[in-house]
Write a protein that binds this ligand. Sequence first.
Ligand SMILES: [Zn+2]
Length: 428
Amino acid sequence: MGILYDNLIQGYDSAHDTDGISGERLAKRLDAISEIGLTENNGSHRPGFSKEEKAAKELVSKWMREAGLEVRQDGAGNIFGRLAGKKNDLPAILSGSHLDSVPNGGHFDGVLGVLSALEVAEAWRESGYQPEKPYEVVVFSDEEGARFNGGLHGSEAVVGKGDIEEKLKLIDQDGMNFSEVLEDIGLSVDSYLGAKRDPEEIEMFAEVHIEQGKQLEREALPSGIVTGIAGPCWLEFTFTGEAGHAGNTPMNDRKDALVAASAFIGGVNELPASISDSAVATVGKMQVDPNGVNVIPGSVTLYVDIRDIFEETRDKLVDQVLALAEKIAAKHQISVNHVEKMRVSPVPIKEEKQQLLEASCHEANIRPYRLPSGAGHDAMIIGEKWPVAMLFTQSKDGISHNPAEWSDLNDCVQTVHVLKNFLEKMQE
Ligand SMILES: [Zn+2]
């Protein structure tokens, strides 16, 4: 076992090992997945549709089979491990998350949700419990979007969402298009389109995820009940000026795209405060062209990520960002155009599901605490077609998408108990 296992098991209180749930098994599995795509900085590198993501899926599939689940992969590379229900014709209850990561990411984001769902199946097996309804542990492909600047491709395939023509235009950093990337791991565009599931096959989806914020840590709680998921909007802007020699072009005769883009980035940072307490906007990626030390930047392409848990305020912020880009381009006498890469509606979570989660927290001796999700998750996509529920596990210092991402094993296992209680309540 590796360092992750040692750090997890240290300080673990085995009093949480009840009803067939095992902290040691969960820690060993988190450790084993962390070894796949492990970076020099002890981070995770498993981009969507990569050989590392595939290897992680294969390992989880093996565990699923050992737990008595019937495993299948769909045409988008999503993995489903199914436990038959006593009434096996009923729609299935799904739980899981993703195994891909951002470049040099952490070891809990996504993985914890998959392994928590699997741990419930293990616990049921050990206690001889068979649910009334079929139960499927699911691994969604390419959630993070590290590959194509836009993720959630696995859950979108299940929902049948998204414009395939747009997806076919996607090119990754190695110059491979969407179709080639799928073919590289034995899938195809046709198989991807065939992954769509009928509404009547699924009753609901429950996802455990690390909080990626500090609220639960502040409240000293292992888990929290998610009230809704903020919908992101991604905009790509290209500012086009004129490239020129840095030495021979006077300051008053320049159309410097980077100077304009810089003013825009500063402006974007100031907009959310005037919109709502939960609104956020971020520029996290930029390309400068020609990108030479002695060349005035001719064009700059950058991406703005805009979110809020309310659709109205989120869309208002999007409009203000667009207006700001026009205003700054005009001021700097350069041109700007934009492409909307993604706009997902925020997903509210039904009160009835939140109440079941509250009762499940009480049973696990956890004070119920409700909080919104600022980050997008597979549950956000699945929530467009089926009811969803979501549980957060406390994240140390709120750090995520970073090798320092950490959740205490005691908190992880207590969250599995809440999930298990909830899934059992869903059988009634
Ligand atoms: Zn995630």
